[in-house]
Write a protein that binds this ligand. Structure first.
Ligand code: AMP
Length: 191
């Protein structure tokens, strides 16, 4: 199996680039933010709980997020591989993901970490708010909180995969196509 963690701060282009990778490598896309938003739209208990955190730009608690991710992986026994987008965001989530994949006799192939300067992230997110309808994109204080949460709680996950020799840092600036090319190259080097 080819299992990719597509990593990076909010606004780094994870969603956009996931679309490119799915079609190139026939992967199942699991984006935890999208799954939470789907639950919010449908008024589920999970959605109600997640929304309290998302509106403030905080992380949904690990226990809830890990349980949901495990269930999503279990739903796709036919998958040739997964692209994890927006997960793991903490070291406990990374450990849980490793354990889950190990129980299926597979593992993470690589973590691709998109790097974009903070000022560009803020500009991209405010611009995205015009079309995404996402409340957490429209408010600069929430955006700044999301970036701070990324720096404090999520960025350490890079070291977790670096220790396993699975981390590739990818320049996330420039055209969408040029970033996709960099990602393809990094993946193909691991195949
Ligand atoms: P995203 O769509 O990836 O930008 O995620 C939007 C929001 O969903 C985040 O700001 C968090 O509140 C929540 N979220 C998404 N993925 C996770 C995760 N792996 N762990 C905790 N919270 C998450």
């Amino acid at each position: 199996m080819l299992n990719i963690v597509l990593f990076g701060p909010p606004g780094a282009g994870k969603g956009t680039q996931s679309e490119m990778l799915i079609s190139q490598y026939q992967l199942v896309h699991l984006a935890t933010g999208d799954i939470f938003r789907y639950n919010i739209k449908n008024g589920t208990e999970l959605g109600k709980l997640a929304q309290q955190y998302m509106d403030k730009g905080q992380l949904v608690p690990d226990e809830v997020t890990i349980k949901m991710l495990n269930a999503e992986v279990e739903k796709r026994p036919e998958a040739k591989g997964f692209i994890f987008d927006g997960f793991p965001r903490t070291n406990p989530q990374a450990e849980a993901l490793d354990a889950l994949l190990a129980s299926k006799n597979t593992s993470i192939t690589c973590m691709l970490a998109l790097e974009v300067p903070e000022e560009e992230l803020k500009m991209r997110l405010l611009k995205r708010a015009e079309v995404s309808g996402r409340a957490d994109d429209a408010n600069i204080e929430v955006i700044e909180n999301r970036i701070a949460v990324y720096n404090n709680e999520t960025a350490p996950v890079k070291s977790y995969f670096d220790k396993q020799d699975k981390l590739s840092l990818i320049d996330g600036t420039g055209s969408i196509e040029s970033i996709t090319e960099r990602l393809f190259k990094a993946i193909d080097a691991k195949l």
